[in-house]
Each structure stands twice: as structure tokens, then as C-alpha cells.
Design a protein around this ligand. Structure first.
Ligand SMILES: *Cc1c(COP(=O)(O)O)cnc(C)c1O
Length: 411
């Protein structure tokens, strides 16, 4: 047994599922499709569930399994499924807990492709999403009926940087026997212990922070073990055989296996390393965010800064309560016009123009003309996407260099 330790110590010391024959200190990449058995009887026992072993890497493999074990330990959760991307985590989860004719309630400020998944893809299979700004309990409760299965939200919306009232959402979910699902991509597990705020399932794009800095695509589904699966008719049939692991079993033995969204072993290797260095990267990005936030807030040409780590931000109190004061390391800020934003972006020499988040490099984008380009003006207005706004994902560069870059680009 390891003593109780801090996040990084824990990350570095999660034991392998099986002892490595060579005592490798780094989990090897098992880049194999299939695994062999000693006898026909052993294969039979495996298929009956009596002899647990890796069989075929679309279902499970040692390197991916180790990534899952590590994330499970770090999130102090019941179980984790690693998948090929954040979108795979979201789609697998929703497919596992719903069926045609049912509905979920979701925040209306969502990652663009999540919105498209709910509005287009899943709608075409008969799942309805009822959107809400998730601010008013009565309005949310008015959307709930006997076919509602979950409330879905993002811990910090992007690029608006709004933090919902997670305790209120958790209370409503419990009262109506609904799952509470959080996309916690922006707030990684070293700052957000989702299970202790009533979140039942976390979906994470590990492509972002956990990959170690834009190294690879990945996703994770984290089950906090705090939901009674008898309350969900689509999962309850798995309880008899799998008990508390009913959801994980349904995903692994049905949805994920049958739709083929597995994480590749080489990717898992990057993601394992990413967890090892997650805490120190977040800390550096956060320090940079605070310095940039203060600099931008004091600059005459900057009209508005949103970062809930800053004391005067509307989300500051919730950031302290939920995320230990570290509400991710994405910020947005406004200049006087769209033209001013473009001029500024084009003058940057260190900060890169790109659409990703939580790379080691600082990345900037103008959401109105890119991520939200396919939306109508009305939809952008509802989502509070201003054409004067830019989103900055803050990296690990030296802060003085980032400030100088911004300063010269604002001139
Ligand atoms: C990037 C992102 C996703 C999708 O993740 P992919 O790994 O790109 O599929 C989902 N939610 C949020 C909040 C994201 O930032």
C-alpha cells in the first residue's frame, strides 16, 4: 500500500495491473492486436468471464489499461474507460445511458461538436436534448419528465468562462433520479474532484490537458460510483452481473466495443506521461494566466477580461469552491473591434494562432469568425460570442515573454 500522497507522487506510483517481466519503470507500449491463450479451455474460461485476460485490443490492451488505472487512482473513482477522443467519451456515455424516445437536459453553452452531436447526430437516432442556460432551478425542473435520464454540463464554459452552480445541478439530479454528467476537460483532476461535488460521470477530452501538451487524441469516461444504476433502465440490466461497475461494463461490453472507439496503445503511452506531469504543467499555466490576466486588465486597449481565477471575475467564488481557485487556464479578452482583434493576432510572434486548448504553447483564436462561424447571429448572441472577443489558451512559456509579445501586439 502506498501512503496517502499528493497528486504527482501518486501519479508516478500507481502500480501496473501485472508485474512487468523486466521491471520496466515506464509502462511499455504493447502494440499488439491479439493475445494468445495456453489452451482451448482457457479461451472458453475467458469468454465466460472466469479467466480475465486481454484478448483483442479493440476491447482492451495492457498500455491502455494502465492509463485507465492511473486515471482511476487520480480521480479516486469507481472505474475509467479510455477512448479514442473526447467526442468518443461523450458519445459512448450518452449512448450507454439513453435510448430512442428519451431525453437529456444540457447546458446551452457547449463545446461546438458536443452541441452538434446532441442537435444532429443523436437527434437523428431519436434522442432529444433539452437545452437550458442551467441558471434557474425551476426552469430546469420544468424540462424534466419520466423519459429524462441526465443533466449534462461543462465545468467551465468556453470561450465564455462561466461556471455553473454545480451544487444546484447535483441537487436537482438527485431529486429526480437523474445522472449528473460533467465535461471536465478544462478543469483536470488535480484541481477538480468531481465526485465530491455530486458529479456521477465525468467525460474528458484527454487530448487537451492530460495528453501532456497536444501530443495525441484521447478521451476518458470516469464513473464516480455514486449513482444507483437501478434508477437507469438502460444500465440496470448490467447490475446483476457487474454490480457497481454496471455502466463501465455496458460501455466496455456493448457500446465501446461495438462502435470501435478504442484508444491506441501508443497514444496511451503519451497520456500516461501526461498524467505524470499534469500537476506541474497546470501550476505553470495558472501562474502565467494570473500574470497575463492582471496585465491585460490594466491595459487601456483591453475592454474586458474573463478569467475566473481573477478576484474581480464573476466566477471567482465558484472557482475557489470547486477548483481550488484554478478554473483551468483558458481566458478570453475583448478589444474595441473585430479589426483590432485581427490586427493584434497578426502581430503576435510567440503566441500561436490555433484552435486547440492546453497545449504547452499558448494558443489564440477569434471564436466568432471560426468555431462559431457556422452559427447564426442569433445563436451567437444567445451564446454570448462577441466579435470583439479572443480566446487565449495559456501555455508554459516564460511569462515575461508572453507579456512582451502581447504588449508589442497591442501597440
Ligand atoms: C476538445 C473538447 C472536446 C472534444 O474532444 P476531442 O478530443 O477533440 O474529441 C469536448 N469537450 C471540450 C470541453 C473540449 O475542449
Amino acid at each position: 500500500m502506498m501512503p496517502k500522497t499528493g497528486f504527482t507522487t501518486k501519479a508516478l506510483n500507481v502500480p501496473y495491473a501485472k508485474e512487468d517481466p523486466h521491471k520496466a519503470l515506464q509502462m511499455p507500449v504493447y502494440e499488439a492486436v491479439a493475445y494468445e491463450f495456453d489452451s482451448a479451455e482457457q479461451i472458453e474460461a475467458n469468454f465466460k468471464g472466469e479467466y480475465i485476460a486481454h484478448v483483442y485490443s479493440r476491447s482492451s490492451s495492457p498500455t491502455v489499461e494502465y492509463f485507465e488505472l492511473k486515471l482511476k487512482a487520480l480521480t479516486e473513482s469507481q472505474g475509467v474507460v479510455a477512448v479514442s477522443s473526447g467526442m468518443a467519451a461523450i458519445s459512448n456515455t450518452i449512448m450507454a445511458i439513453t435510448r430512442a424516445g428519451e431525453n437529456i437536459i444540457s447546458g446551452n453553452r457547449l463545446f461546438g461538436h458536443t452541441l452538434a452531436l446532441f442537435k444532429q447526430t443523436l437527434a437523428e437516432f431519436g434522442l432529444e436534448t433539452r437545452f437550458s442556460d442551467l441558471k434557474n432551478a425551476e426552469e430546469i425542473e420544468a424540462l424534466i419528465d419520466e423519459k429524462t435520464r441526465a443533466i449534462y454540463f461543462e465545468t467551465v464554459t468556453n470561450p465564455q468562462l462561466e461556471i455553473p452552480d454545480i451544487e444546484m445541478l447535483s441537487e436537482i439530479a438527485r431529486k429526480h433520479n437523474l445522472l449528473l454528467i460533467a465535461d471536465s476537460t478544462i478543469t483536470p483532476p488535480n484541481v477538480f474532484m468531481a465526485g465530491s461535488f455530486g458529479v456521477n460521470i465525468e467525460v474528458i477530452s484527454t487530448t487537451k490537458y492530460i495528453s501532456g501538451g497536444a501530443t495525441s487524441f484521447g478521451g476518458a469516461i470516469v464513473d464516480h460510483g455514486n449513482f444507483d444504476w437501478n434508477l437507469n433502465p438502460n444500465v440496470s440490466t448490467y447490475i446483476q452481473k457487474f454490480g457497481k461497475n454496471a455502466l463501465i461494463a455496458k460501455i466496455k461490453k456493448n457500446i465501446y466495443r461495438n462502435t470501435g472507439g478504442s484508444m491506441a496503445p501508443q497514444t496511451a503511452r503519451f497520456q500516461i506521461q501526461g498524467l505524470d506531469i499534469l500537476e506541474i504543467r497546470v501550476e505553470r499555466c495558472y501562474q502565467n494566466c494570473m500574470k497575463l490576466g492582471k496585465f491585460l486588465s490594466g491595459h487601456a486597449k483591453v475592454k474586458r477580461v474573463d478569467y475566473p481565477g481573477l478576484e474581480n471575475d464573476r466566477g471567482y467564488e465558484r472557482a475557489k469552491k470547486y477548483f481550488e481557485g484554478v478554473p483551468g487556464t483558458i481566458m478570453s479578452f475583448d478589444l474595441e473591434s473585430k479589426a483590432a482583434c485581427y490586427r493584434f493576432m497578426n502581430k503576435l510572434k510567440i503566441i500561436r494562432r490555433a484552435t486547440n486548448l492546453n497545449d504547452n504553447k499558448s494558443l489564440i483564436i477569434h471564436p466568432e469568425s471560426t468555431i462559431y462561424a457556422e452559427f447564426t447571429a442569433q445563436e451567437r448572441n444567445v451564446a454570448d460570442i462577441r466579435d470583439t472577443m479572443m480566446r487565449l489558451s495559456v501555455g508554459i512559456e516564460n511569462p515575461d515573454d508572453l507579456i512582451s509579445d502581447i504588449e508589442q501586439a497591442l501597440e
